[in-house]
Design a protein around this ligand. Structure first.
Ligand SMILES: Cc1cc2nc3c(=O)[nH]c(=O)nc-3n(C[C@H](O)[C@H](O)[C@H](O)COP(=O)(O)OP(=O)(O)OC[C@H]3O[C@@H](n4cnc5c(N)ncnc54)[C@H](O)[C@@H]3O)c2cc1C
Length: 675
C-alpha cells in the first residue's frame, strides 16, 4: 500500500528490506522482493504521488513539460510544500542545479530528476531503447561477471517487457521483430499509436534512398541498434507506463508485505555495527516534514535514489573520499573515492526544418481548436495524436571509422555494432517557430566527457554539487557536429525536396568555430546520468559496488539504480588488463581496440611508452612504473578520472621533452598502482 504519513504505517518501521527511492529501479526491486510473502519491504520515496497526475499520463510532449523544472514533481527546486493527510509544511530539500559548465560556455542548468513515485520513469521521454549487445558484453568484461553479458541480461528485458498493440491498432508487421520481444512482462512497450502519414512515408523512403547512411533497422532493440527504425516507447493503451503504474500497479501494491511511504526524504544511513567483521548499517534516517525517523532494515538497505541522490546519501553516511568528507566534519566510515566520480551524461542538441505540410505536432500545439479536439479524443478513448511524444523513429549511427577525431581519441563505443550518435526524427520542430516543422533531436551517446557529484556541506539537505562536465572533451563536440551533418544529410534526401522549405537555422554556411559556439550555447544533457556509484570487478580497488551491486567493503548495502552503470575510464581498462596478465610484448600498438574495449587505447598508449622507452628512461619511469606497474594518476580524487589518466598518458606519449618532464614531475608523487 502507498502511505502518505509515517503515522499511517501499520508496523514499527522495522522491515527486512528498506529501499531508498521509489523510482524507476526501486519499484522493480520492491515488486520482485515482495513476490516472496516472507519478505517485508519498505520503500521510502521523497517525492509526491503519481496518482491522478495528468501530465504524467498523457504521452504528448506538451503535457510532460508541465512536470519538468521547478515544481513539486522535480528536484530542481529547493523548497517543497509537503502535503500529507495531516499537515502541509515546507521541507527544505535539495536543489539539483549544475555548477557552471565550462563546455557549455559557463551555463548553469537545472538538472532534472523526478521527485515523484516512479522517479524519472514518471516524467521521462519514454523512449524504450535497450542499448547494444556490445555495451552489455563490455559490462561483463569489465566487471568480470558474465551475468552482465547481453545473452544473460536479455531474459530480464523479457521479464520486464509487455509488448502491447499500438493505440491505433495499426498493422505493425515490418516495424519490429517479435522474436526479440516479450508480451508477458510488466512494463508496457509499444510502437507509435498515431500515424503521421506524410512524415512517416518520407522517413522510410529516406532509408531506401540513402541506405548506406541510414539503413533500415527492423528492430533497434535486438542488440544491434545501428540504422534507422521505428521508435518503441514505454506506453500502453495510450498512456505512460512508469515503474509506478506497472511495478506498483494495484495487484502488486496491495501486497501486505509491501509498504511505500511518500514525502520521506532520506538523509543518511545510521546504526553502524561491526558484528560480522564487516561494517554495516542497520537503519535509514529520513525526514517527513520536520520530523525525523529511522527505519530499520533486518536484511538489507537498498539504495535507488538515482544517480544524483545515491552518491549524495552515501557521502552523507560517511562513504566516499575521506579527503572530501574529513574537511566537512563527516566521519569517514569507508574511504571509497570513486563515489560520485567519473560520471557521464549524453549531450543533446536539436535542429529543425520548415515544411510545406501541416501534419506536424506544432500545428496541433499552436491551434487551440485542434489541441482541444486531440485532448478530447485522448480523454475519451486514449487514442489520437496525444498517444505519442514527439519522435517517430530513431537513427543510431557510427562516426566514420576514418574520422580525424580517432587520430587523437580512443573510440569510446563498446564495439562495432554500437552507435556514437543518435538522431530522433519527428514531426515536430522542438516547439520552434510557427506550424509546419520537422526536426531531429540529436545526441552523442558515447561521450568522453566526465563530471562528478560531490558535496560541500555536512547538511544532507543542502544541494549536492553537480558537475556533469558536458562537452568538455573534444570528441563530444566533434561527434555532435557529425550528428548535425547526418541530420542535414537526412533531410536533403531526394524524397524531402518537394516538402522542405528550409532549415530553421542555417548551420551550413558558418565556420566550425561559430557552430561550436551555437552548440555550446544551446546543448543540454539528455539526463541519462550514470556512473556515480559504478560497479567494477570484485577485486578492483576502484568502483563503488561489486557486480552483484553490493557496496564494496560494507555489509548489507546495495545500490541498484542507474548510478551503477560504469562510465569507463582508461584506468579501468588498464588495471583490468594488468590483472589479467596483460603484457606489453603481446600488444599490437597500432590497434586502438583491445578485446572490443575501445577505451583501452589508453593501454595501447601506455604500451607505446614502453615501446618508445623500452628501458624506462627516467621520465617514462617516473610516469609509468609504480610498485605494480602501469597505472599512474594525477589525483587520488579522480581515481577513475579519464581526464587525469588520459592527461598523463598523452603527455607521456607526445613528443616534446618539456611535456614529458612536466607530466613526470606532476605524477611522481601521486601515482597509484593497480592492485
Ligand atoms: C526528462 C527526462 C527524460 C528522459 N528520457 C528518457 C527516455 O526517453 N528513455 C530512457 O531510457 N531514459 C530517459 N531518461 C533517463 C531515465 O529516465 C533515467 O536514467 C532513469 O529513470 C533513472 O532511474 P533511477 O532508478 O536510477 O532513478 P530515478 O528514476 O530518478 O529514481 C530515483 C528516485 O529516488 C527518489 N529519491 C532521491 N533522493 C531521495 C532521498 N534522499 N530520499 C528518498 N527518495 C529519494 C527520487 O525522488 C526518485 O523517485 C530521461 C530522464 C529525464 C529526467
Amino acid at each position: 500500500k502507498v502511505y502518505e504519513s509515517v503515522a499511517d504505517l501499520p508496523e514499527s518501521l522495522t522491515y527486512d528490506f528498506v529501499i531508498v527511492g521509489g523510482g524507476t529501479a526501486g519499484n522493480v526491486v520492491a515488486n520482485r522482493l515482495t513476490e516472496d510473502p516472507d519478505f517485508s519491504v519498505l520503500v521510502l520515496e521523497a517525492g509526491v504521488s503519481n496518482e491522478g497526475v495528468l501530465d504524467s499520463m498523457v504521452p504528448f510532449s506538451t503535457f510532460v513539460i508541465g512536470l519538468l523544472g521547478p515544481n513539486i514533481f522535480d528536484w530542481s527546486k529547493s523548497d517543497y510544500l509537503v502535503f500529507t493527510k495531516f499537515n502541509a509544511e515546507i521541507l527544505n530539500s535539495a536543489d539539483y542545479t549544475t555548477i557552471p559548465q565550462t563546455g557549455l560556455n559557463g551555463r548553469v542548468l537545472s538538472y532534472l530528476r523526478a521527485h515523484m513515485l516512479g522517479g524519472c520513469s514518471s516524467h521521462n521521454a519514454m523512449f524504450y531503447t535497450r542499448g547494444s549487445a556490445d555495451d552489455f558484453d563490455r559490462y561483463a568484461r569489465l566487471t568480470d561477471d558474465a551475468g552482465w553479458s547481453w545473452d544473460n541480461v536479455l531474459p530480464y528485458f523479457f521479464k520486464n517487457e509487455k509488448l502491447s498493440p499500438p493505440a491505433d491498432h495499426h498493422n505493425t508487421e515490418g516495424q519490429f521483430d517479435p522474436t526479440v520481444h516479450s508480451t508477458r512482462g510488466i512494463t508496457s512497450v509499444t510502437l507509435g499509436g498515431f500515424q503521421w502519414p506524410i512524415f512517416n512515408h518520407h522517413v522510410i523512403q529516406t532509408t531506401k534512398e540513402l541506405p548506406d547512411v541510414f539503413p533500415f533497422n527492423l528492430d533497434m532493440n535486438s542488440g544491434k541498434p545501428l540504422g534507422l527504425g521505428w521508435l518503441q516507447s514505454t506506453i500502453g493503451g495510450g498512456m505512460r507506463s512508469s515503474s509506478a503504474t506497472s511495478y506498483l500497479a494495484d495487484e502488486f501494491v496491495r501486497r501486505e508485505n509491501l509498504h511505500v511511504l511518500l514525502h520521506a526524504q532520506v538523509t543518511d544511513l545510521v546504526n553502524l555495527s561491526n558484528t560480522t567483521g564487516e561494517v554495516s548499517f542497520g537503519g535509514v534516517r529520513f525526514l517527513q516534514g520536520s520530523s525525523q525517523f529511522t527505519a530499520k532494515a533486518q536484511k538489507e538497505i537498498i539504495l535507488s535514489a538515482g544517480s544524483v541522490g545515491t552518491p549524495n546519501i552515501l557521502m552523507h553516511s560517511g562513504i566516499g573520499d575521506r579527503n572530501v568528507l574529513g574537511p566537512l566534519g563527516i566521519p569517514t566510515v569507508l574511504h571509497l573515492p570513486s563515489v560520485g566520480q567519473n560520471i557521464t551524461d549524453q549531450p543533446s542538441f536539436g535542429a529543425s526544418w520548415s515544411v510545406n505540410f501541416n501534419q506536424t505536432l506544432d500545428a496541433i500545439i499552436q491551434n487551440a481548436t485542434r489541441f482541444n479536439e486531440a485532448f478530447a479524443q485522448w480523454n475519451q478513448s486514449h487514442t489520437g495524436p496525444f498517444v505519442i511524444k514527439a519522435a517517430t523513429h530513431i537513427a543510431w549511427l557510427r562516426l566514420d571509422s576514418n574520422s580525424s577525431i580517432f587520430e587523437n581519441h580512443p573510440d569510446p563505443s563498446a564495439g562495432p555494432h554500437t552507435p556514437h550518435i543518435d538522431g530522433g526524427p519527428g514531426p515536430g520542430g522542438g516547439g520552434m517557430g510557427v506550424a509546419g516543422h520537422v526536426g531531429a533531436g540529436l545526441a552523442v551517446v558515447t561521450p568522453l566527457s566526465r563530471g562528478s557529484i560531490t558535496i560541500n556541506s555536512s547538511n544532507p539537505l543542502d544541494p549536492p554539487v553537480i558537475d556533469i562536465g558536458l562537452l568538455q572533451n573534444d570528441f563530444d563536440i566533434f561527434a555532435m557536429r557529425e550528428a548535425l551533418k547526418r541530420a542535414q544529410q537526412f533531410f536533403s534526401a531526394p524524397v524531402w525536396q518537394d516538402v522542405i522549405i528550409g532549415p530553421t537555422q542555417d548551420f551550413e554556411n558558418i565556420t566550425t568555430n561559430a557552430l561550436d559556439e551555437i552548440i555550446r550555447n544551446s546543448a543540454t544533457p539528455t539526463l541519462h546520468l550514470v556512473g556515480s556509484a559504478a560497479m567494477s570487478a570484485r577485486d578492483a580497488t576502484h568502483g563503488v559496488v561489486n557486480p552483484d551491486l553490493l557496496v564494496k567493503g560494507i555489509g548489507g548495502l546495495r545500490v541498484i539504480d542507474a548510478s551503477v552503470l560504469c562510465a569507463y575510464s582508461g584506468r579501468d581498462i588498464c588495471c583490468r588488463r594488468k590483472r589479467s596478465g596483460f603484457d606489453k610484448a603481446t600488444v599490437d600498438v597500432n590497434r586502438h581496440n583491445i578485446d572490443g574495449m575501445s577505451a583501452s587505447v589508453r593501454c595501447v598508449e601506455y604500451i607505446k611508452v614502453y615501446m618508445i622507452f623500452p628501458n624506462a628512461p627516467s621520465e617514462a619511469d617516473a610516469v609509468w612504473s609504480g610498485p605494480s606497474g602501469l597505472c599512474a594518476l594525477t589525483n587520488e580524487h579522480q581515481e577513475d578520472g579519464i581526464t587525469a589518466c588520459g592527461a598523463v598518458v598523452h603527455a607521456g606519449v607526445r613528443t616534446t621533452q618539456s611535456q614529458k618532464q612536466s607530466s613526470a614531475s606532476v605524477s611522481q608523487n601521486r601515482k597509484m598502482p593497480c592492485t
